[in-house]
Design a protein around this ligand. Structure first.
Ligand code: RM4
Length: 299
């Protein structure tokens, strides 16, 4: 039987792929696309999807922010972690003290321009650049429009809305100076669809979705990607506390059943999606809002 050259080549490639030999360090060009590999002075290589990248995670002390910080550390990122909760942040910094890339922390409020600026400047001062922003800091007030007050509206818009705007603004300024970067905003299923009892929080999450799309278009030509994740209900401390608020337990039971997978999500399941969007694996993705919701938004 005559075989074409291409088939012979394929057979040879397959034979080589199955060749059993002694373990060798993986040569650099064979790292999967999107992975960053570094040769170690002591020999061998280390790999990580964020190796050498400088990343700021806001609202890092708990929940999805904390899971993201931990995952980023294990992928070789050089971290700046921020939160209003000083003791919580100090505890996380302690837990991540051995992160090879380094860890800085900034206690501050994303809604305050000076604080937001300080978060970005810390990355630039310590690592010379900011490659990744995870705009995660947010609060979740519950209540329908009759219960919501002008103050609670202003508060959630200040943290979830203006805080995201400010951190994106200063991050983009810094990223432009070093040739680009990636931003991941925390939207929500409530930033793409309506829900009861979220008259102020829900609209604030629509701001996150809107900001993501508009900034993605604005900076697509400058090497800056802007994406978002839209988590469903995730087992964070905030959601656990919600169970203790009036009507909270029945809300949680009902919302669990509204997720087609029949369960709530884990913070690390959101962190994995954030990692993907922040990494070079997502190099052709911008303006996307990725649901991480057990199928909630597919209904
Ligand atoms: C999420 C979403 C969920 C809600 C949590 C607390 O962003 O709105 O449905 O359960 O917040």
């Amino acid at each position: 039987m005559t075989r074409s050259l291409a088939a012979d080549d394929a057979a040879e490639l397959i034979r080589r792929a199955y060749e059993v030999g002694p373990p060798r360090p993986r040569p650099l060009p064979h790292a999967p696309p999107g992975w960053r590999v570094q040769e170690q002075a002591a020999g061998g290589t280390v790999a990580g999807r964020l190796l050498g990248k400088s990343a700021l995670v806001t609202g890092a002390a708990r929940g999805i922010g904390r899971a993201t910080a931990e995952l980023f550390a294990s992928e070789g990122a050089r971290l700046v972690l921020s939160d209003r909760d000083g003791p919580g942040l100090a505890q996380l910094r302690e837990a991540l003290a051995l992160t090879p890339g380094g860890v800085e922390s900034v206690v501050g409020d994303v809604a305050e321009p000076a604080d937001a600026r300080r978060m970005i400047e810390t990355a630039v001062r310590r690592y010379g650049r900011l490659d990744v922003l995870v705009a995660n800091a947010g609060i979740i007030p519950f209540g329908n429009v009759l219960e919501a007050t002008p103050e609670s509206w202003d508060q959630v818009m200040a943290v979830d809305g203006r805080g995201m705007f400010l951190t994106c603004k200063y991050a983009i300024e810094a990223m432009l100076a070093t040739g680009g970067g990636a931003i991941v905003c925390l939207s929500s299923i409530s930033g793409l669809a309506g829900q009861r009892n979220q008259a102020a929080y829900g609209p604030a999450k629509f701001v996150a979705s809107g900001l993501t799309k508009h900034l993605a278009i604005e900076w697509a030509g400058h090497g800056i990607r802007v994406n978002a994740v839209a988590p469903g209900t995730i087992k964070t401390d905030r959601v656990r506390l919600l169970g203790e608020e009036p009507g909270g337990a029945s809300y949680l039971d009902a919302i669990r059943r509204m997720h087609p997978m029949g369960r709530l999500g884990e913070p690390v399941e959101v962190a994995q999606a954030i990692l993907f969007l922040a990494s070079d694996e997502a190099s052709f993705i911008t303006g996307a809002i990725l649901p991480v919701d057990g199928g909630y938004l597919a209904q």
